[in-house]
Design a protein around this ligand. Sequence first.
Ligand code: FMN
Length: 195
Amino acid sequence: MTDSQPTAEGIFTEHHTAYRFTPEPVSDSELAHLYELAKFAPTAMNSQPLRITFVRTEEGKQRLLPLLAEGNRAKAESAPVVAILAADTDFHENLPQLLPQSPSAKDGLAADAERRAQMARNNAWLQSGAFILAVRAIGLDAGPMGGINAPAIDAEFFAGTALKAILVVNIGHVAEDGSFPRNPRLSFSEAVSLA
Ligand SMILES: Cc1cc2nc3c(=O)[nH]c(=O)nc-3n(C[C@H](O)[C@H](O)[C@H](O)COP(=O)(O)O)c2cc1C
C-alpha cells in the first residue's frame, strides 16, 4: 500500500499494521507532511505533549534497536524510519503560546507534577493514534510497537529532559507479505451501546 494517497475509508480499512518494509526511503518532505497532519489532533487544554524523534541513520538505529523487545528488533531494522513517540511532562511551559486565553493554566500545572505527568501521557497517547493514521493518510505504512524498554530509551535519547517514551512506530512502505492477516475487530453491537 503505497504511492497513492488513500481515502478516509482506506486509511481505516486498507492500510493496517506493517511488520516488514521495502528499502524505499521516506523523504524529509513526507516527514514534514506527516507532522503537519498529525499536529491537529485535539488535546486537553491544547497541551500537545507529544514529541517525536525520527530515527533514520544507521547510528541512530544501532542506539535504538537493543532497547526494543527482541521480537521487535527485525521489524524496526527493516523500516526506513522509526519514530520514537514521547510525552513531554513539561508541556505546561508551552501553554502561554498554545492556550493564550487561559493565562493561569501554566502556573496551575507547574505546581502539580503528578497531574502533569498523567495529562502528558494521556494526551500524547491520543496524539499517537492520530499520528499512526496520519502515516497512512500520506500513503505510508505504520507498525506501532509498545514492546520497548521505555526507561532505557529515555536514558539513551532523552537524558536531562522531561520526555518519557511511550511508543515506537516503524514507518515506510510495507513489503510484500510484510503484514500479518488483518486482525478481527469487535462488531458495532459488541462495542457500542446506546443510551
Ligand atoms: C499501542 C500499540 C502497541 C503495539 N505493540 C506491538 C509490539 O510491541 N509488537 C508488535 O509486533 N506489534 C505491536 N502492535 C501491533 C498490534 O498488534 C496491531 O496493530 C493490532 O493487532 C492490529 O493489527 P491490524 O492493523 O493488522 O489489524 C502494537 C500496536 C499498538 C497500537
